[in-house]
Design a protein around this ligand. Structure first.
Ligand SMILES: NC(=O)c1ccc[n+]([C@@H]2O[C@H](COP(=O)([O-])OP(=O)(O)OC[C@H]3O[C@@H](n4cnc5c(N)ncnc54)[C@H](O)[C@@H]3O)[C@@H](O)[C@H]2O)c1
Length: 358
Protein backbone atom coordinates (compact mmCIF):
# COMPACT_ATOMS: atom_id res chain seq x y z
CA UNK A 1 0.00 0.00 0.00
CA UNK A 2 1.32 3.47 -0.92
CA UNK A 3 1.68 5.86 1.99
CA UNK A 4 0.93 9.50 1.12
CA UNK A 5 3.04 12.15 2.82
CA UNK A 6 0.73 14.98 3.89
CA UNK A 7 1.58 18.54 4.95
CA UNK A 8 -0.46 21.58 6.01
CA UNK A 9 -0.26 25.32 5.41
CA UNK A 10 -2.15 27.38 8.03
CA UNK A 11 -2.87 25.27 11.10
CA UNK A 12 -5.07 27.69 13.05
CA UNK A 13 -4.83 28.31 16.76
CA UNK A 14 -7.67 26.71 18.59
CA UNK A 15 -9.85 23.92 17.21
CA UNK A 16 -11.87 23.78 20.48
CA UNK A 17 -13.43 27.24 20.03
CA UNK A 18 -14.47 27.58 16.38
CA UNK A 19 -15.85 30.95 15.20
CA UNK A 20 -15.67 33.13 12.12
CA UNK A 21 -12.45 34.45 13.70
CA UNK A 22 -10.92 31.01 13.18
CA UNK A 23 -12.09 27.42 12.92
CA UNK A 24 -8.58 25.90 12.74
CA UNK A 25 -9.82 23.82 9.82
CA UNK A 26 -6.43 22.12 9.44
CA UNK A 27 -7.23 20.01 12.52
CA UNK A 28 -10.33 18.63 10.77
CA UNK A 29 -8.29 17.94 7.63
CA UNK A 30 -5.63 16.20 9.73
CA UNK A 31 -8.04 13.85 11.45
CA UNK A 32 -9.61 13.01 8.08
CA UNK A 33 -6.20 12.00 6.68
CA UNK A 34 -5.37 10.09 9.89
CA UNK A 35 -8.49 7.94 9.73
CA UNK A 36 -7.64 6.76 6.19
CA UNK A 37 -4.69 4.66 7.35
CA UNK A 38 -2.60 5.34 4.22
CA UNK A 39 -1.44 8.87 5.05
CA UNK A 40 1.50 10.05 7.12
CA UNK A 41 1.41 13.62 8.43
CA UNK A 42 4.92 14.98 7.86
CA UNK A 43 4.89 18.75 8.08
CA UNK A 44 3.06 21.98 8.86
CA UNK A 45 3.67 25.69 8.37
CA UNK A 46 1.99 28.65 10.01
CA UNK A 47 3.16 32.26 10.11
CA UNK A 48 2.41 32.03 13.85
CA UNK A 49 4.98 29.49 14.97
CA UNK A 50 3.19 28.45 18.15
CA UNK A 51 0.12 27.52 16.08
CA UNK A 52 2.24 25.16 13.99
CA UNK A 53 3.94 23.75 17.10
CA UNK A 54 0.63 23.00 18.85
CA UNK A 55 -0.71 21.34 15.69
CA UNK A 56 2.43 19.22 15.29
CA UNK A 57 2.18 18.21 18.92
CA UNK A 58 -1.45 17.11 18.52
CA UNK A 59 -0.80 15.20 15.29
CA UNK A 60 2.58 13.60 16.06
CA UNK A 61 4.49 15.60 13.47
CA UNK A 62 8.21 15.58 14.14
CA UNK A 63 9.65 18.95 15.23
CA UNK A 64 11.80 18.95 12.06
CA UNK A 65 8.50 19.23 10.16
CA UNK A 66 7.42 22.52 11.84
CA UNK A 67 7.87 25.76 9.88
CA UNK A 68 6.69 29.35 9.63
CA UNK A 69 7.37 29.54 5.88
CA UNK A 70 5.45 27.10 3.69
CA UNK A 71 8.09 27.15 0.92
CA UNK A 72 10.78 26.00 3.36
CA UNK A 73 8.41 23.35 4.70
CA UNK A 74 7.66 21.91 1.26
CA UNK A 75 11.34 21.84 0.36
CA UNK A 76 12.23 20.08 3.61
CA UNK A 77 9.46 17.50 4.00
CA UNK A 78 8.73 16.65 0.33
CA UNK A 79 4.95 16.10 0.73
CA UNK A 80 2.73 14.28 -1.80
CA UNK A 81 -0.42 16.10 -0.66
CA UNK A 82 -0.72 19.58 0.90
CA UNK A 83 -3.83 20.94 2.61
CA UNK A 84 -4.08 24.75 2.52
CA UNK A 85 -6.16 26.09 5.42
CA UNK A 86 -5.22 29.79 5.47
CA UNK A 87 -7.63 32.77 5.00
CA UNK A 88 -9.08 33.22 1.47
CA UNK A 89 -6.96 36.27 0.57
CA UNK A 90 -3.83 34.10 0.83
CA UNK A 91 -5.09 31.03 -1.11
CA UNK A 92 -4.06 32.12 -4.61
CA UNK A 93 -0.42 32.98 -3.87
CA UNK A 94 0.12 29.91 -1.69
CA UNK A 95 -1.49 27.46 -4.13
CA UNK A 96 0.41 28.94 -7.08
CA UNK A 97 3.65 28.81 -5.04
CA UNK A 98 3.03 25.17 -4.09
CA UNK A 99 2.19 24.18 -7.66
CA UNK A 100 5.27 25.94 -9.02
CA UNK A 101 7.50 24.29 -6.39
CA UNK A 102 7.06 21.08 -8.36
CA UNK A 103 6.81 19.10 -5.10
CA UNK A 104 3.24 17.95 -4.28
CA UNK A 105 1.10 15.74 -6.52
CA UNK A 106 -2.07 17.17 -4.99
CA UNK A 107 -3.19 20.35 -3.21
CA UNK A 108 -6.44 20.43 -1.27
CA UNK A 109 -7.38 24.03 -0.49
CA UNK A 110 -10.11 25.37 1.77
CA UNK A 111 -13.05 27.28 0.30
CA UNK A 112 -13.76 29.93 -0.96
CA UNK A 113 -11.36 29.40 -3.85
CA UNK A 114 -9.79 32.87 -3.72
CA UNK A 115 -10.42 36.48 -2.79
CA UNK A 116 -10.63 37.52 -6.47
CA UNK A 117 -11.71 35.99 -9.78
CA UNK A 118 -8.21 36.61 -11.18
CA UNK A 119 -6.70 34.72 -8.23
CA UNK A 120 -9.03 31.76 -8.76
CA UNK A 121 -8.10 31.52 -12.44
CA UNK A 122 -4.38 31.86 -11.62
CA UNK A 123 -4.54 28.92 -9.18
CA UNK A 124 -6.31 26.64 -11.63
CA UNK A 125 -3.90 27.54 -14.45
CA UNK A 126 -0.79 27.01 -12.29
CA UNK A 127 -2.02 23.60 -11.13
CA UNK A 128 -2.79 22.55 -14.68
CA UNK A 129 0.63 23.69 -15.92
CA UNK A 130 2.36 21.76 -13.14
CA UNK A 131 0.08 18.71 -13.51
CA UNK A 132 -0.97 18.99 -9.85
CA UNK A 133 -4.43 17.77 -8.81
CA UNK A 134 -6.01 20.87 -7.25
CA UNK A 135 -9.19 20.46 -5.19
CA UNK A 136 -11.32 22.69 -2.96
CA UNK A 137 -13.08 21.75 0.22
CA UNK A 138 -16.70 21.98 -0.94
CA UNK A 139 -17.26 19.00 1.32
CA UNK A 140 -20.96 19.53 1.98
CA UNK A 141 -21.84 17.90 -1.31
CA UNK A 142 -20.82 14.59 0.34
CA UNK A 143 -23.58 14.95 2.94
CA UNK A 144 -26.22 12.20 2.97
CA UNK A 145 -29.26 14.44 2.28
CA UNK A 146 -27.55 15.98 -0.76
CA UNK A 147 -26.47 12.60 -2.13
CA UNK A 148 -29.99 11.23 -1.60
CA UNK A 149 -31.62 14.31 -3.17
CA UNK A 150 -29.36 13.96 -6.22
CA UNK A 151 -30.19 10.24 -6.54
CA UNK A 152 -33.93 11.03 -6.29
CA UNK A 153 -33.54 13.76 -8.91
CA UNK A 154 -31.66 11.41 -11.24
CA UNK A 155 -34.39 8.78 -10.70
CA UNK A 156 -36.97 11.26 -12.01
CA UNK A 157 -38.69 11.96 -8.65
CA UNK A 158 -39.57 15.54 -9.77
CA UNK A 159 -39.39 15.04 -13.55
CA UNK A 160 -36.97 17.22 -15.52
CA UNK A 161 -35.08 19.80 -13.48
CA UNK A 162 -36.12 23.38 -14.31
CA UNK A 163 -34.82 25.56 -11.45
CA UNK A 164 -32.59 25.32 -8.36
CA UNK A 165 -33.06 27.89 -5.61
CA UNK A 166 -30.90 28.30 -2.54
CA UNK A 167 -31.95 30.39 0.43
CA UNK A 168 -29.11 30.24 2.90
CA UNK A 169 -26.27 32.23 4.43
CA UNK A 170 -24.51 34.53 2.02
CA UNK A 171 -23.14 34.59 -1.52
CA UNK A 172 -19.39 34.27 -0.94
CA UNK A 173 -18.21 32.67 2.32
CA UNK A 174 -20.78 29.88 2.60
CA UNK A 175 -22.39 30.83 -0.71
CA UNK A 176 -19.52 28.99 -2.33
CA UNK A 177 -20.80 25.75 -0.72
CA UNK A 178 -24.40 26.61 -1.65
CA UNK A 179 -23.67 27.43 -5.29
CA UNK A 180 -21.36 24.43 -5.60
CA UNK A 181 -24.33 22.34 -4.45
CA UNK A 182 -26.59 23.89 -7.10
CA UNK A 183 -23.97 22.99 -9.71
CA UNK A 184 -23.75 19.45 -8.31
CA UNK A 185 -27.52 19.03 -8.67
CA UNK A 186 -27.28 20.35 -12.25
CA UNK A 187 -24.47 17.97 -13.32
CA UNK A 188 -21.82 20.73 -13.33
CA UNK A 189 -23.19 22.58 -16.35
CA UNK A 190 -21.54 25.99 -16.77
CA UNK A 191 -23.58 29.16 -16.21
CA UNK A 192 -24.18 31.47 -19.19
CA UNK A 193 -25.23 34.68 -17.37
CA UNK A 194 -25.80 36.02 -13.84
CA UNK A 195 -27.83 38.98 -12.61
CA UNK A 196 -27.94 40.23 -9.03
CA UNK A 197 -28.50 42.96 -6.48
CA UNK A 198 -27.30 43.20 -2.90
CA UNK A 199 -27.55 45.21 0.29
CA UNK A 200 -24.50 45.86 2.46
CA UNK A 201 -25.19 48.15 5.39
CA UNK A 202 -23.56 46.36 8.35
CA UNK A 203 -19.98 45.20 7.96
CA UNK A 204 -19.74 41.39 7.64
CA UNK A 205 -16.15 40.27 7.35
CA UNK A 206 -15.50 36.53 7.50
CA UNK A 207 -11.91 35.26 7.42
CA UNK A 208 -10.78 38.72 6.27
CA UNK A 209 -13.21 39.11 3.33
CA UNK A 210 -16.38 41.21 2.95
CA UNK A 211 -19.74 39.46 2.54
CA UNK A 212 -23.02 41.19 1.66
CA UNK A 213 -25.89 41.26 4.17
CA UNK A 214 -28.53 40.31 1.63
CA UNK A 215 -28.34 39.16 -1.97
CA UNK A 216 -30.83 38.30 -4.67
CA UNK A 217 -29.32 36.67 -7.73
CA UNK A 218 -30.35 34.49 -10.59
CA UNK A 219 -28.50 32.77 -13.38
CA UNK A 220 -29.07 30.41 -16.26
CA UNK A 221 -27.04 27.30 -16.96
CA UNK A 222 -26.06 26.25 -20.44
CA UNK A 223 -28.62 23.41 -20.30
CA UNK A 224 -31.46 25.92 -19.75
CA UNK A 225 -31.88 25.21 -16.01
CA UNK A 226 -32.13 28.39 -13.86
CA UNK A 227 -30.40 29.06 -10.56
CA UNK A 228 -31.55 31.50 -7.89
CA UNK A 229 -30.07 32.68 -4.60
CA UNK A 230 -31.65 34.62 -1.75
CA UNK A 231 -29.30 35.26 1.15
CA UNK A 232 -29.43 36.97 4.55
CA UNK A 233 -32.93 38.04 5.69
CA UNK A 234 -34.18 37.12 2.19
CA UNK A 235 -33.38 33.48 2.89
CA UNK A 236 -36.68 33.31 4.83
CA UNK A 237 -38.42 33.43 1.44
CA UNK A 238 -38.23 29.67 0.93
CA UNK A 239 -39.12 26.69 3.11
CA UNK A 240 -36.05 24.63 2.34
CA UNK A 241 -32.44 25.75 2.10
CA UNK A 242 -32.29 24.32 -1.44
CA UNK A 243 -35.40 23.90 -3.56
CA UNK A 244 -35.30 21.90 -6.78
CA UNK A 245 -38.21 22.61 -9.08
CA UNK A 246 -38.98 20.02 -11.73
CA UNK A 247 -41.65 19.43 -14.36
CA UNK A 248 -43.41 16.91 -12.11
CA UNK A 249 -42.63 17.99 -8.58
CA UNK A 250 -40.62 19.97 -6.07
CA UNK A 251 -37.88 18.78 -3.74
CA UNK A 252 -36.76 20.74 -0.64
CA UNK A 253 -33.47 20.03 1.08
CA UNK A 254 -33.43 21.35 4.65
CA UNK A 255 -30.22 22.00 6.52
CA UNK A 256 -30.75 24.85 8.98
CA UNK A 257 -33.59 23.96 11.36
CA UNK A 258 -33.70 20.27 10.53
CA UNK A 259 -31.84 17.94 8.20
CA UNK A 260 -34.40 16.54 5.79
CA UNK A 261 -35.35 15.99 2.17
CA UNK A 262 -39.02 16.40 1.15
CA UNK A 263 -40.30 15.45 -2.27
CA UNK A 264 -43.72 16.69 -3.38
CA UNK A 265 -45.28 15.23 -6.46
CA UNK A 266 -47.42 17.65 -8.48
CA UNK A 267 -49.49 14.75 -9.86
CA UNK A 268 -51.01 13.60 -6.54
CA UNK A 269 -49.82 16.36 -4.17
CA UNK A 270 -48.27 13.65 -1.93
CA UNK A 271 -45.13 14.52 0.03
CA UNK A 272 -42.46 11.95 0.83
CA UNK A 273 -40.16 12.87 3.68
CA UNK A 274 -36.66 11.67 4.59
CA UNK A 275 -35.14 12.78 7.88
CA UNK A 276 -31.52 12.64 9.06
CA UNK A 277 -29.66 12.97 12.36
CA UNK A 278 -26.79 14.77 10.64
CA UNK A 279 -25.02 15.16 7.32
CA UNK A 280 -22.79 12.10 7.56
CA UNK A 281 -22.80 8.76 9.34
CA UNK A 282 -22.03 8.16 13.02
CA UNK A 283 -18.47 9.26 13.82
CA UNK A 284 -17.89 10.55 10.29
CA UNK A 285 -17.95 14.05 8.80
CA UNK A 286 -18.32 15.47 5.29
CA UNK A 287 -14.66 16.55 5.54
CA UNK A 288 -13.69 12.91 6.18
CA UNK A 289 -15.53 11.96 3.01
CA UNK A 290 -14.08 14.86 0.99
CA UNK A 291 -10.50 14.03 1.97
CA UNK A 292 -11.06 10.33 1.31
CA UNK A 293 -12.18 11.35 -2.19
CA UNK A 294 -9.10 13.57 -2.68
CA UNK A 295 -6.69 10.81 -1.61
CA UNK A 296 -8.51 8.24 -3.72
CA UNK A 297 -8.21 10.50 -6.75
CA UNK A 298 -4.46 10.76 -6.12
CA UNK A 299 -4.33 6.95 -6.17
CA UNK A 300 -6.50 6.45 -9.26
CA UNK A 301 -5.46 9.55 -11.21
CA UNK A 302 -9.15 10.29 -11.79
CA UNK A 303 -10.42 13.84 -11.30
CA UNK A 304 -12.06 14.42 -7.93
CA UNK A 305 -15.49 16.03 -7.98
CA UNK A 306 -13.91 18.71 -5.75
CA UNK A 307 -11.67 19.68 -8.69
CA UNK A 308 -10.63 23.23 -9.53
CA UNK A 309 -12.75 22.87 -12.68
CA UNK A 310 -15.92 22.44 -10.63
CA UNK A 311 -14.85 25.04 -8.07
CA UNK A 312 -14.30 27.60 -10.84
CA UNK A 313 -17.88 27.02 -11.93
CA UNK A 314 -19.20 28.08 -8.51
CA UNK A 315 -16.67 30.89 -8.11
CA UNK A 316 -17.56 32.43 -11.47
CA UNK A 317 -21.23 32.67 -10.40
CA UNK A 318 -20.21 34.42 -7.16
CA UNK A 319 -18.00 37.05 -8.78
CA UNK A 320 -20.38 37.50 -11.72
CA UNK A 321 -23.18 38.14 -9.20
CA UNK A 322 -21.12 40.85 -7.49
CA UNK A 323 -20.08 42.21 -10.90
CA UNK A 324 -23.74 42.45 -11.91
CA UNK A 325 -24.30 44.70 -8.88
CA UNK A 326 -21.35 46.89 -9.91
CA UNK A 327 -22.44 47.08 -13.58
CA UNK A 328 -26.14 47.39 -12.76
CA UNK A 329 -26.96 44.82 -15.37
CA UNK A 330 -26.80 41.20 -16.43
CA UNK A 331 -23.31 39.77 -16.77
CA UNK A 332 -22.79 37.42 -19.68
CA UNK A 333 -20.10 34.81 -19.14
CA UNK A 334 -17.23 34.07 -19.35
CA UNK A 335 -16.49 36.69 -16.73
CA UNK A 336 -13.95 39.24 -17.96
CA UNK A 337 -12.77 40.80 -14.69
CA UNK A 338 -9.85 40.06 -12.38
CA UNK A 339 -10.90 41.59 -9.05
CA UNK A 340 -13.57 41.02 -6.39
CA UNK A 341 -16.28 43.61 -7.19
CA UNK A 342 -17.68 43.60 -3.64
CA UNK A 343 -14.25 44.31 -2.12
CA UNK A 344 -13.68 47.01 -4.75
CA UNK A 345 -17.06 48.67 -4.14
CA UNK A 346 -16.22 48.83 -0.42
CA UNK A 347 -12.70 50.15 -1.10
CA UNK A 348 -14.01 52.87 -3.44
CA UNK A 349 -16.73 53.97 -0.99
CA UNK A 350 -19.51 52.97 -3.40
CA UNK A 351 -20.67 50.70 -0.59
CA UNK A 352 -20.07 51.90 2.94
CA UNK A 353 -21.16 49.30 5.50
CA UNK A 354 -21.22 50.50 9.10
CA UNK A 355 -18.52 48.72 11.03
CA UNK A 356 -19.31 47.27 14.46
CA UNK A 357 -16.64 49.64 15.84
CA UNK A 358 -18.72 52.71 14.69
N1 LIG B 1 -15.10 24.00 4.75
C1 LIG B 1 -15.75 24.73 5.64
O1 LIG B 1 -16.93 24.55 5.90
C2 LIG B 1 -15.00 25.83 6.34
C3 LIG B 1 -15.38 26.24 7.63
C4 LIG B 1 -14.64 27.27 8.23
C5 LIG B 1 -13.59 27.86 7.54
N2 LIG B 1 -13.29 27.44 6.27
C6 LIG B 1 -12.21 28.07 5.49
O2 LIG B 1 -10.96 27.59 5.95
C7 LIG B 1 -9.95 28.58 5.73
C8 LIG B 1 -9.20 28.79 7.02
O3 LIG B 1 -10.12 29.18 8.01
P1 LIG B 1 -9.86 28.84 9.54
O4 LIG B 1 -11.12 29.16 10.24
O5 LIG B 1 -9.28 27.48 9.70
O6 LIG B 1 -8.76 29.94 9.89
P2 LIG B 1 -7.83 30.04 11.17
O7 LIG B 1 -7.63 31.50 11.42
O8 LIG B 1 -8.34 29.21 12.28
O9 LIG B 1 -6.46 29.42 10.65
C9 LIG B 1 -5.75 30.01 9.60
C10 LIG B 1 -4.28 29.94 9.95
O10 LIG B 1 -3.54 30.35 8.79
C11 LIG B 1 -2.37 31.01 9.25
N3 LIG B 1 -1.84 31.78 8.13
C12 LIG B 1 -2.30 32.95 7.59
N4 LIG B 1 -1.55 33.29 6.53
C13 LIG B 1 -0.60 32.34 6.38
C14 LIG B 1 0.48 32.14 5.47
N5 LIG B 1 0.71 33.02 4.49
N6 LIG B 1 1.25 31.04 5.63
C15 LIG B 1 1.03 30.16 6.63
N7 LIG B 1 0.04 30.31 7.54
C16 LIG B 1 -0.77 31.38 7.40
C17 LIG B 1 -2.86 31.84 10.43
O11 LIG B 1 -1.79 32.22 11.29
C18 LIG B 1 -3.84 30.86 11.09
O12 LIG B 1 -3.20 30.08 12.08
C19 LIG B 1 -10.69 29.82 5.20
O13 LIG B 1 -10.57 29.87 3.81
C20 LIG B 1 -12.14 29.58 5.61
O14 LIG B 1 -13.08 30.18 4.72
C21 LIG B 1 -13.95 26.43 5.69
Amino acid sequence: MTTHRVAFVGTGADPENPSSEGFAMAYQHASAYERLGNCELVGCADIVRENAEAFADRHDIDEDGVFEDYEEMVEAVDPDVVSVCTPPATHADIVVGLAESGVPDAIHCEKPMAMTWGGAKRMAAAAERADVALTFNHMRRFGDPFRDAKALLDDGAIGDLRRIEYSWGNFYDNGTHAIDMCNYFNDEYAPSWVIGQLDYREEEVYFGTHNENQMLASWEYENGVYGMATTGPASEIADGDWRLVGTEGVMDVHLTDEVAVRVRSLADDETESFEYDGLAGEGESCIDRAIADVVQSVETGEESELSARNALNATEIIFAGYESVRRRGRVDLPLDIEDNPLEEMVASGELSPRSSAD
